[in-house]
Design a protein around this ligand. Sequence first.
Ligand SMILES: Nc1ncnc2c1ncn2[C@@H]1O[C@H](COP(=O)(O)OP(=O)(O)OP(=O)(O)O)[C@@H](O)[C@H]1O
Ligand SMILES: [Mg+2]
Length: 303
Amino acid sequence: MASFSCCSFVSGRRACWGLSKPMPRRLEIRGLTRRFGGVAAVKSLDLAIDDGELVSLIGPNGAGKTTTFNMVSGLDRPDQGEILFEGQPIQRLSPEAIAALGVARTFQHGRVFANLSVEDNVLLGAHTRLRAVRPPLPVVGPLAELALALIRPARVKREEAALRDEAREILALFGDRLTPRLDHPAYSLSYANRRRVEIARALALRPRLLLLDEPTAGMNPTETDEMQALIASLKARGMTILLIEHKLDLVMHLSDRVCVLDDGAKIAEGTPNAVRNDPSVIEAYLGHSAVGRAAQSAEAVGP
Ligand SMILES: Nc1ncnc2c1ncn2[C@@H]1O[C@H](COP(=O)(O)OP(=O)(O)OP(=O)(O)O)[C@@H](O)[C@H]1O
Ligand SMILES: [Mg+2]
């Protein structure tokens, strides 16, 4: 594991809101609803995450998990409800603005820039953090950024070098999976490595909230164990994580809390043990592959 310090990519900033005002939750979702025609993909969802928590969002296929991520990350707009990030409503902000606040996500089906190198994919994740090359000028900002990127004055080179060092430290978190492939184009990577690159890119944002959508999908048991260890290490460093996963063993090991969706609605929320013993959760999984294990687990920990 690299010596990359927790504080270098997990910002420890906590706003001081005075003695009388309570600290806002890292993320608070209130009454979130999203309909697609006649389908209510998410129905009046309430969910909150505090600093440093790892909360898992689980549920059968089509339960509304990814739709929730899409709304939190600004890719989709709710029909009703509120999404507060550190007390600020974000449900009408663009994905770029939400990323700039410190919300990073990965995608269920993996999205990398196929023709860019591993390192450049990760550097892209730090784009919202660039200062030297992105002057905060209205209207002419993008033109100024282009000019600075072409001319590359010393301060731009220094910033880029620092970010490259940081990108390599992040890639070292994945052991020798990615570091030997720094210059390889993403299209040449294995499926599992592309998923790792996506997570590395999300980490380059220095997220204050990390949304992981099925990070182990398509991974074999060894790769899944590695991913579990990586997520555990991010959690140990204080990162706040909202995780979607179908692999219930991993969910039970990593989560502080679990929120269970079924057919767009929250049917249970609590500690992993409480949730896996919840009859409505076991019933929701009936007919799904995880049921056997969910039911067995419930028996194993039952009274
Ligand atoms: N853009 C869309 N247009 C129409 N229906 C959609 C759209 N996006 C999602 N849905 C529907 O909303 C419901 C929830 O989908 P969602 O992708 O959020 O489920 P999920 O819990 O992530 O499932 P999975 O575990 O299979 O990834 C499903 O019925 C899906 O078909
Ligand atoms: Mg999904």
